[in-house]
Design a protein around this ligand. Structure first.
Ligand code: ADP
Ligand code: MG
Length: 592
C-alpha cells in the first residue's frame, strides 16, 4: 500500500537523501525510484529522510520518487525458514535466482516465505481455549529435523474462536482469536521488525554448556547455552572453520548462520558447502535445521548492516518455540565497516578510527539479544539463543574499536593466534589469553553430569599450560638442561596436552567432533600418565625411561579413536598403570 511520495535530492553510494517525506518515520521501509529499490530510513530531519538503500543505486538520480510503505524493516517468520538461504534483507536466494537469473535484479520483489507451498497444520488447542502471546496453538512438520511451533504473536490474547487442521499456505487463516479489540486471525506466519528484540517472559542465568565437540573449547573455554562469545583472529587463523564446526556439531536444535560481507569466494563456499553437509547425529542434511543468511558479493554494503538483525530475529523466533538456537556471524567486523561507511556518508561526527560513536552500543545490543530465557506462553517452556561472532581486526590487532567493544560485552573470548595457525596448531585458540566467564558454573554442571573429577582435571590442565609458559622463560635464559627432571616432565606433559588434546583436526573423520565422554576419557589418560610419571620419578626412575614407554604412542593417537570404542581408553589407562608399575619395579634404585 503506497501512502505518499517524496523525491530524491541526492545519491551518495548506498545513501539516498529524499525530501517531502514528512509522512514517514525513522526505520520505515521505502521503495526508491520507479524500480522500488528497497531502502530503510535511518535518519529524519523535518521532511528530509536519509535512506539506506539495500540495492545498487548507481542508476538513481535527483527528482526520482520515493514511496513510503509505513512499515519498519521486518522479517517474515513461519514455516519455510529452515533449509532456506536468504540475503541480508531476507530475500530467498534460490527463489530470486529462479525469478531473475543469476544476478539479483534490482527491486526484485520476491516474498521471503513461499506463498504457494502448503504446510500440514495440526492444532494442539481447541475453540474456547484461552490463549496468551507465545502460546503454541499447533505444529507444522517444517523439515525432518524441525517441528515448527505456531505461536500466538506478541500483543494478542483472548479466547480461541475457531481453529482447524489441514493444509495451509503461510498466509491462509487457520483459526481466530476473540480479543478485547475484536477478532484476530491466526496464520502460520507472523512478522516482526528486525531492529526490536522479540519479547520474552524472563532472562534466566545460563547454566547448561553448549557442547561444540571442540576439545579446547568445551574443556578450557566452554560456552553456555544462551551465552555470547567472540572469535577474533587475523586472516587465515581459522575463524570460519571454527564457526562451521559449531554449525555442524553444536548440540542445538536450530542454527542460524550469517555470512556477513566476507570475501565473495568464501561466501560462495558457504552457499555450496552447507547444502552438502550432513547432520552428524541424524544423517539428514544439515540444512534441515539451518537458516543461512548470506551477503553475496553482488549485494551492496548496506545489506550487510541489516543481515545481522535479520539473523538474530529469526534466531529469536525459534528460541521462542522453546528451542536451543545457535547464531553465528562471520564477520562482525565487516558489519561494523558497513556501519562506518553509512555513518561517514551521513557526515556524522566520527569516533575512534572513523567508526560512529554508537558502535559499542550497536554491538552490545546485538549480543544482548542472546540469552537463556523463559519464553512467552503459559506452558513455562525455556529456550536459548547463543550468539557467536567472528571478529577480524586488521592485522589481528585487538586494540581496535570493534574488538574492544565486543570484548566489553561477551563472556567468552576465543583468541585465535597467527603464530599457532602458522605452526599448524589448530584450532589456533591461544590458551594463555582466551577465557570463559562461564567456566566455573559449567564445571559444576560437568561434575554433576559427566564426572565429579572434571573441574579438577580442567584446573590441572590449565595449570600445566601456564607452568609451561613460565618454564619456557627459564629455558630461554639458562637452557633446557638446567631444569630439574620434575620440571622437564612438566614441559613434556604440557606438550602432550597441546598436541594430544588441544590440537584437533576439523577434517578428520573421528577427530572433528569429540563427545563429552570422549573428552573426559582422553584427558583422563593424559593426566593419568602424568601422575604415574611423577610417581616413577619420585621413586628414582630416570625420566627418559618413563617417556620411552610404548603406551605413550597410544596416548598420542588416542584422539583418533572412534566414539564407538570407549573401552579402548580404559585399556590404555590400564596399560599406563601396568607399564609404569613394571618400570618402577625394574628400575627404581630402592628396589634394587
Ligand atoms: P579465517 O576465517 O580466520 O580467515 P579459515 O577459517 O578460513 O581462516 O582457516 C584457514 C585455514 O586454516 C583453513 O583453510 C584450514 O586449512 C586451516 N584450519 C583452520 N582451522 C582448522 C582446524 N580446526 N583443523 C584443520 N585445519 C584448520
Ligand atoms: Mg574467514
Amino acid at each position: 500500500m503506497v501512502l505518499e511520495v517524496g523525491s530524491i535530492v541526492k545519491v551518495s553510494g548506498p545513501l539516498v537523501i529524499a525530501e517531502g517525506m514528512e509522512h514517514a518515520r525513522i526505520y520505515d521501509v521505502v521503495g526508491v525510484s520507479q524500480k522500488r529499490l528497497i531502502g530503510e530510513i535511518i535518519e529524519m530531519r523535518g521532511g528530509t529522510a536519509s535512506i539506506q538503500v539495500y540495492e545498487e543505486t548507481s542508476m538513481l538520480g535527483p527528482g526520482e520518487p520515493v514511496y513510503s510503505t509505513g512499515e519498519p524493516l521486518s522479517v517474515e517468520l513461519g514455516p519455510g525458514l529452515a533449509e532456506n538461504m536468504f540475503d541480508g534483507i531476507q530475500r530467498p536466494l534460490n527463489a530470486m535466482r529462479e525469478a531473475s537469473g543469476d544476478f539479483i535484479q534490482r527491486g526484485a520483489s520476491v516474498t521471503s516465505l513461499d506463498r504457494v507451498k502448503k504446510w500440514i497444520f495440526e492444532p494442539v488447542k481447541k475453540a474456547g481455549d484461552r490463549v496468551e502471546p507465545g502460546d503454541i496453538v499447533g505444529t507444522v512438520r517444517e523439515t525432518a529435523l524441525i517441528e515448527h511451533r505456531i505461536m500466538i504473536p506478541p500483543g494478542v490474547s483472548g479466547v480461541i474462536k475457531s481453529i482447524q487442521g489441514g493444509a495451509f499456505t503461510v498466509t491462509e487463516t487457520v483459526g481466530a482469536v476473540t480479543t478485547d479489540k475484536g477478532d484476530v486471525d491466526i496464520k502460520l506466519m507472523q512478522k516482526w521488525p528486525v531492529r526490536a528484540s522479540r519479547p520474552i517472559r524472563e532472562k534466566l542465568s545460563p547454566v547448561v554448556p553448549m557442547l561444540t565437540g571442540q576439545r579446547v573449547i568445551d574443556t578450557l573455554f566452554p560456552i553456555a547455552k544462551g551465552g555470547a562469545a567472540c572469535v577474533p583472529g587475523p586472516f587465515g587463523s581459522g575463524k570460519t572453520v571454527v564457526q562451521h564446526q559449531f554449525a555442524k556439531w553444536s548440540d542445538v536444535d536450530v542454527v542460524v548462520y550469517v555470512g556477513c560481507g566476507e570475501r565473495g569466494n568464501e561466501m560462495t563456499d558457504v552457499l555450496n558447502e552447507f547444502p552438502e553437509l550432513k547432520d552428524p547425529r541424524t544423517g539428514e542434511p544439515l540444512m534441515k535445521r539451518t537458516v543461512l543468511i548470506a551477503n553475496t558479493s553482488n549485494m551492496p554494503v548496506a545489506a550487510r548492516e541489516a543481515s545481522i538483525y535479520t539473523g538474530v530475529t529469526i534466531a529469536e523466533y525459534y528460541r521462542d518455540m522453546g528451542y536451543s538456537v545457535a547464531l553465528m556471524a562471520d564477520s562482525t567486523s565487516r558489519w561494523a565497516e558497513a556501519l562506518r561507511e553509512m555513518s561517514g556518508r551521513l557526515e556524522e561526527m566520527p569516533g575512534e578510527e572513523g567508526y560512529p560513536a554508537y558502535l559499542s552500543s550497536r554491538i552490545a545490543e546485538f549480543y544482548e539479544r542472546s540469552g537463556y530465557v523463559k519464553c512467552l506462553g503459559q506452558d513455562g517452556r525455556e529456550g536459548s539463543l547463543t550468539a557467536i561472532g567472528a571478529v577480524s581486526p586488521p592485522g589481528g590487532d585487538l586494540s581496535e574499536p570493534v574488538a574492544q567493544a565486543t570484548l566489553r560485552i561477551v563472556k567468552v573470548f576465543w583468541g585465535l593466534d597467527a603464530q599457532l595457525a602458522y605452526s599448524r596448531h589448530f584450532p589456533a585458540i591461544n590458551w594463555l589469553n582466551s577465557y570463559s566467564l562461564y567456566l566455573s558454573r559449567l564445571n559444576e554442571w560437568m561434575n554433576k553430569n559427566v564426572d565429579e573429577r572434571w573441574g579438577a582435571m580442567v584446573a590441572e590442565t590449565m595449570a600445566l599450560l601456564q607452568e609451561e609458559n613460565e618454564l619456557n622463560e627459564i629455558v630461554r635464559l639458562v637452557g633446557f638442561d638446567a631444569l630439574s627432571e620434575k620440571d622437564q616432565l612438566k614441559l613434556e606433559l604440557a606438550r602432550s596436552v597441546r598436541e594430544d588434546y588441544l590440537q584437533q583436526n576439523a577434517f578428520h573423520e573421528f577427530d572433528s567432533f569429540t563427545s563429552r565422554e570422549k573428552q573426559f576419557k582422553l584427558l583422563d589418560i593424559i593426566l593419568r600418565f602424568g601422575e604415574r610419571a611423577r610417581k616413577a620419578l619420585e621413586s628414582g626412575v630416570y625420566l627418559k625411561k618413563t617417556l620411552a614407554l610404548d603406551v605413550r604412542g597410544k596416548i598420542s593417537r588416542a584422539k583418533y579413536i572412534s566414539e564407538d570404542d570407549m573401552a579402548a581408553f580404559d585399556k590404555i589407562k590400564s596399560e599406563i598403570d601396568a607399564e609404569t608399575e613394571r618400570l618402577m619395579k625394574e628400575e627404581a634404585p630402592a628396589n634394587a
